[in-house]
Design a binder for this molecule. Structure first.
Ligand code: C5P
Length: 221
């Protein structure tokens, strides 16, 4: 058997990162969380006070950022210009702005370039929104992972800082809005690739979903 690339796409909170990390560890592959890269660009744009719809300025910022992804025991560590920003990427502020940054053409081009480079030697499990459709259209296994809106909101709820002051209903609305922006954007919108397998994780455990994808991966390798 040989090394393959695995693309896992889907809406927010479907459990992609948790599952993708476990699949990678089971296959001894490298896990790449592409959402974290868009979040890192968003963090830096907000810090610099650049408007989230300024393609040229945010694009230049993205081109200049040195983004390094390191495997970690709990989650992937994100190092930007030498600084570990991992703990600052999953805030409400970033959640609310990231889909605007992710619409920008220069940003998307830069991220896709970096992601393709990371996958050149195969053996990666990459999660995101456009991996199967745009970044790695030749990935040997593509999965589109979904779950019911309520279950997705509950998962993200647990992820947020405790003082977020947001009800589950409010969070469910915010997630729906982010999914809408991701689905309706012009460049590389969120959608299931024609050759992707649909996997609904509602009511399934992380281990069940992981095992299903690992078996598909072994069959494809
Ligand atoms: O996966 P996560 O929720 O961390 O992604 C954050 C945001 O980054 C998404 O809502 C989307 O706007 C953007 N994104 C993207 N393309 C990817 C991964 C993430 O546009 N491949």
């Amino acid at each position: 058997s040989f090394r393959i690339n695995i693309a896992i796409d889907g809406p927010a909170g479907a459990g992609k990162s948790t599952v993708a990390r476990k699949v990678a560890s089971a296959l001894r592959y490298i896990y790449i969380d592409t959402g974290a890269m868009y979040r890192a660009v968003t963090l830096k744009a907000l810090e610099s006070g650049i408007s989230t719809d300024d393609d040229s300025r945010v694009g230049q910022l993205a081109d200049e950022l040195d983004i390094v992804l390191l495997p970690g025991s709990e989650s992937q560590q994100v190092i930007v210009n030498g600084e570990n920003v991992t703990s600052r990427l999953r805030t409400l502020d970033i959640n609310r702005n990231v889909s605007y940054i992710a619409r920008l053409s220069r940003v998307r081009k830069r991220m896709a370039d970096l992601q393709r480079r990371m996958a050149l030697e195969k053996g990666v499990v990459m999660d995101g929104r456009d991996i199967g459709t745009h970044v790695l259209p030749d990935a040997e296994l593509k999965v589109f992972l979904t779950a019911s809106p309520r279950e997705r909101a509950e998962r993200r709820f647990k992820e947020l800082e405790a003082d977020a002051n947001l009800t589950l209903d409010e969070l469910e609305k915010e997630i729906a809005e982010r999914d809408r922006l991701d689905q309706e954007r012009e460049i590389a919108p969120l959608r299931q690739a024609e050759d992707a397998r649909l996997l609904d994780s509602t009511g399934k455990t992380v281990d069940e979903v992981t095992e299903e994808i690992v078996q598909w991966g072994l069959a494809a390798a």
